[in-house]
Design a protein around this ligand. Structure first.
Ligand code: UGA
Length: 434
């Protein structure tokens, strides 16, 4: 069993820490935020994810996990040092590598005698880990090993990977890291550091591309009176295409896709390479939240003074994260148009919302409005009685930006339903456009 130091205790760092502890390794987590370290040491996680607090508590008790705000001490006697610090987007779309640079500068002063490799796991532009290797020349071997973890599902994804990608120039270092993943029995791919960096960027770009494609087809379904769920199910049933990430909605949000695609686009532009599909996926995604508001205005007319109920603020179900959530962008748009918004999200107890937007504590409280907008696909929304919704919804309109509700039950309760590429009566819709 190995002694592993993990630098950075965000989603990726914590999922890796818990995952490796589950596999029997000893983990020391380091973070520059002393308050976060103190919380973690008491078993309090910085974000919501099913099962994560219980597993953390278990490993704090077994002594397999501990946290410190002292990097020198965290790294001392570690056999592997994993870096998973944040690499957020700058205003021009490039990656902010300040945190990573600080971390590497600090590592140069640490005792890395026992360390087989420093493993960079943060998402970075290609070429970054070669730079880190130069910084750590004669101090430690450097590996780039991307993560493919989804927020809300990160520990499960860690323990059940489709593949483990290891970008390394030294076989000994690669083997030291690869050995950790043997019990997971997933294929291990050994590449150069640069290729591994691009595998991460290109994977996120392809997933985002699928979502934008689904949204484009769903918008076409709206115009043609076809049903987007049937169409995309039919498309995804082709094994060469696959059903995953073809769910149309309000667009892809969250801290990864938009940032990573913009960073890839920028890297390509710098090298004078056209990445038109990546740019196209971003453009479709920019328009999609506006499309949801267009559906609302097509039904209601001006939104000035209209009361809009909103279900869901998180960028997807299963998380309390509203970073780069398109639901929040839609709220901003509604607020600018003079709407009065009551928003509910089962995972969010407080948030800084735009003017005239209030956070309420129950789904039905939010539905006390003219129309209801569904912006996150929380499964519990399907459990709310459509008749109870209908009682207070004065314009009797539900715009389901995630195709999350049961269309038949909504219509049976006397409500109008507009989804993304789905309406209550596609045939009538077709007649209306022809
Ligand atoms: C994404 C990738 O899925 C992970 O593999 C990757 O490791 C991670 O980014 C990262 O780079 O760190 P994540 O951002 O947590 O994970 O969330 P996803 O589940 O991929 O969803 C992203 C957005 O796309 C959400 O807003 C979601 O609602 C939306 N989405 C997803 C759709 O609109 N339709 C879909 O079919 C799937």
């Amino acid at each position: 069993m190995s002694r592993i130091c993990i630098i950075g205790t965000g989603y990726v760092g914590m999922a890796s820490a818990i995952g490796f502890a589950e596999l029997g390794h000893t983990i020391v987590g380091f973070d520059i935020m002393p308050e976060r370290v103190a919380d973690l040491q008491r078993g309090i996680t910085p974000y919501r994810e099913a099962g994560i607090e219980e597993t953390l508590a278990k490993h704090l008790k077994t002594g397999r996990m501990r946290f410190t705000a002292n990097q020198q001490e965290a790294v001392r006697s570690a056999q592997l040092v994993l870096i998973s610090v944040g690499t957020p987007a700058l205003a021009d779309g490039s990656c902010d590598l300040t945190g990573l640079r600080q971390c590497v500068a600090a590592l140069r002063k640490c005792d890395l005698t026992d360390c087989a490799a420093v493993v960079l796991r943060s998402t970075v532009p290609p070429g970054t880990s070669d730079d880190v290797a130069k910084q750590l020349e004669n101090i430690a071997e450097v590996i780039y090993a991307p993560e493919f973890l989804r927020e809300g599902n990160a520990v499960a994804d860690f323990l059940k990977p489709d593949r483990t990608v290891i970008g390394a120039e030294s076989i000994t270092a690669a083997v030291a890291y690869a050995t950790l993943f043997e019990p997971l029995q997933a294929p291990i791919m050994l590449t150069s550091r640069r290729s591994a960096e691009l595998i991460k960027g290109a994977s996120n770009a392809f997933l985002a591309l699928k979502i934008s494609f689904a949204n484009e087809i769903a918008n076409l379904c709206d115009a043609l009176g076809a049903d987007s769920l049937d169409v995309l199910r039919g498309v995804g049933s082709d094994r060469r295409i696959g059903p995953a990430f073809l769910m149309p909605g309000i667009g892809f949000g969250g801290p990864c896709f938009e940032k990573d695609l913009k960073s890839l686009e920028r890297t390509a532009t710098r090298r004078m390479v056209n990445c038109e599909l990546v740019s196209g996926a971003l453009r479709v995604n920019e328009r999609q939240p506006k499309r949801i508001v267009e559906i609302l205005t097509a039904e209601l007319g001006s939104l000035q003074g209209r009361r809009i109920g909103v279900w869901g603020l998180a960028f997807k179900a299963g998380t309390d994260d509203i970073r780069d959530s398109l639901a929040v962008r839609i709220l901003e748009d509604l607020s600018e148009r003079g709407a009065i918004v009551r928003a509910f999200d089962p995972a969010i107890r407080s948030a800084n919302l735009p003017e005239n937007c209030t956070l309420v504590t129950t789904a039905l409280d939010a539905a006390d409005a003219d129309a209801l907008l569904v912006l996150t696909e929380w499964p519990e929304f399907r459990e709310v009685s459509p008749h109870a919704i209908a009682r207070n919804l004065s314009a009797r309109l539900v715009v389901d930006g995630r195709n999350a509700l049961d269309i038949e039950r909504i219509v049976d309760a006397g409500l109008r339903y507009r989804g993304v590429g789905r309406t209550a009566d596609p045939v009538l819709e077709l007649e209306a456009v022809s």
